[in-house]
Write a protein that binds this ligand. Structure first.
Ligand SMILES: NC(=O)c1ccc[n+]([C@@H]2O[C@H](COP(=O)([O-])OP(=O)(O)OC[C@H]3O[C@@H](n4cnc5c(N)ncnc54)[C@H](OP(=O)(O)O)[C@@H]3O)[C@@H](O)[C@H]2O)c1
Length: 310
């Protein structure tokens, strides 16, 4: 595939993965259009010279069509973990993928790269995973598209809502953490490696029609991830492993709080392991990083320790 500078529209480009990917794409000299619901969400991208941040409603087919006009490639990173008002799993994942497939056809854009998730399936245990599965089905049914799907495990890195959230919870609770599904297994993957995989696939013709599972080099339980986070951030850590009955109850209660730290749908997603069957990074000729190589670079240490070490 061409290594010429491309015009790329990145839906969901203001998010955690999006910010890493858009910045990576600009390093290759591409021009990137990033629609957002609110321009302030894309502050981190404004410094990048070849990025166009556009406030737009991507759920409106006419608007979506205009955003894609003149583009060579579309990337869809839009995703939610919790529903808020009109932002439902169905709307943000399944329906949007359907609209995107139709809009790409109308705009004569053939290439689409889409971020899904390990475990995405019409038969998945949660509405999150089922809607992601439905979104994948829209792409697979589109004969006019050269699509590439990515199915990452849980993603970590600066600004993540995984290690940063656990560190914040441990700090707040004095280190005591009642944890649902502590034994669920993940292959935590670094956000920079996910961005690299997408950039690599973009440049490789043979990635068309392929699905890449993206996991880091280590399989870890949720409890392992919390313990490693605590160790790196030098926080006390006493995990109370909740049986599923209590875990479900915890999710039901936390799902009612502002910010929904954990919902019943999240709990259901956690009932399946999030590990790779086939190593997508190896297929792309990449070697992903271990958590321990990256975490010390961004997890803040307790103020007391930082001050005493300066
Ligand atoms: N982070 C992980 O651990 C992880 C793991 C597996 C899969 N994934 C998938 O990777 C993708 C990126 O995840 P992320 O962590 O970067 O998410 P994120 O930080 O929450 O960013 C989500 C992006 O989607 C956009 N968005 C959210 N709801 C939307 C809606 N209703 N309508 C239009 N745009 C909406 C946001 O754009 P604006 O706010 O600017 O409009 C934002 O740019 C998602 O598809 C996610 O499911 C993530």
């Amino acid at each position: 595939m061409s290594t010429e500078p491309l015009n790329i529209c990145v839906l969901g480009g203001t998010g955690f993965v999006g910010t890493a990917l858009v910045s990576r794409l600009t390093q290759d000299g591409h021009w990137v259009r990033v629609p957002t619901r609110n321009r302030t969400h894309g502050e981190a991208l404004r410094v990048l010279p070849t990025v166009e941040l556009v406030e737009a409603n991507i759920h409106d087919p006419g608007t979506l069509g205009r955003l894609l006009t003149g583009m060579d490639v579309a990337v869809n990173l839009v995703g939610i973990l919790n529903e808020h008002g009109r932002s439902t799993f169905q709307a943000a994942h399944a329906a949007l993928a359907g609209k995107l497939v139709a809009a790409l056809k109308a705009a004569r854009v053939r290439r689409l790269l889409q971020m899904s998730s390990l475990g995405a399936s019409a038969q998945g245990p949660s509405r999150y995973l089922r809607s992601k599965g439905e979104a994948e089905a829209h792409l697979r049914a589109a004969t006019h598209l050269d699509f590439t799907l990515f199915r990452p495990s849980v993603i970590f890195g600066p600004g993540d809502s995984l290690t940063n959230r656990f560190a914040a919870l441990l700090r707040l609770s004095g280190g005591v953490l009642p944890l649902a599904r502590a034994h669920t297994r993940f292959a935590p993957v670094y956000v920079g490696d996910v961005a690299e995989a997408v950039a690599r696939a973009l440049g490789e013709r043979r990635s068309c029609g392929q699905t890449y599972e993206l996991g880091g080099p280590e399989v870890m339980t949720l409890e392992d991830i919390v313990r490693l986070t605590a160790r790196v951030a030098r926080l006390p850590c006493h995990i109370l492993r909740l049986p599923d009955t209590l875990g479900r109850l915890q999710a039901a209660v936390l799902g009612l709080l502002p910010g929904k730290p954990l919902t019943l749908d999240n709990f259901r997603s956690l009932t399946v392991d999030s590990v790779c069957g086939v190593d997508g990074f190896a297929r792309l000729g990449l070697a992903p990083r271990r958590m321990m190589e990256v975490l010390p670079g961004y997890l803040p240490l307790p103020e007391r320790l930082t001050l005493s070490s300066t």
